[in-house]
Design a protein around this ligand. Sequence first.
Ligand SMILES: [Fe+2]
Length: 248
Amino acid sequence: MWWLTKRKKVDIISAGWLEGMTDIHCHLIPAVDDGSRSLDESRQLIEAMRSIGIQRIITTPHIYRRYPHNDSNTLHEGLERILPDLSDLGVPLTLGAEYMMDEGFETQLTKPLLTLGSSKYLLIETSFVGAPLDLYRLIQLVISAGAIPMLAHPERYLYMGDEEYSRLRGAGCAFQLNLFSLTGMYGEQVEKRAQQLLERGFYNFVGTDTHRIDFFRKTISSAKTYARYREPIRSLISNNQTLVASLE
Ligand SMILES: [Fe+2]
């Protein structure tokens, strides 16, 4: 009966949806933002990510006012410091960043940019309460700097309406789904918004936005969504692979 299949939820981890995935959004450099707090936690996180099928990672520390020391230089140093201790895990780890479009963003754009794994894509976010008044000017600045803006977790900006999503896409933004938005990690409203955006073909890429080990273990212990999303999700995972392959 088609309506039962349509409404059936599956555990995306045990169903193997994430096999071979490259994660392009997570916070694994210890103690530089609100992600991993120690080398040991980074290790546990990578092991847990590997256990669900993730084979390669671009880690994306926050760059915004709250973490004034974070820039291309310090974050490259931070990654170099931990790589020797994590190389035995067999999960290649490279660098990007997640830029908040705050008062300091324009200044950040004048510095060397931490695009995703040195690709053309710059991961950007807005606050969860509202966008900057000059949002479209800032997006244009990213493009003028030679990068393609990739909006992190648009489904989490509940202040946005349909028109805004379309306008952002028209302005040249790629959209990155937080995978676990679809499994209810951020509540029902965000889950519904993610479903709507996925069904309407808004997303280009997918990431986990992993921060802390306890939360991550809880998230993956029960990660269910509708079986009909398997193909769209596999297609986003494939786009992640294409992005990474273009760097080799
Ligand atoms: Fe993030």
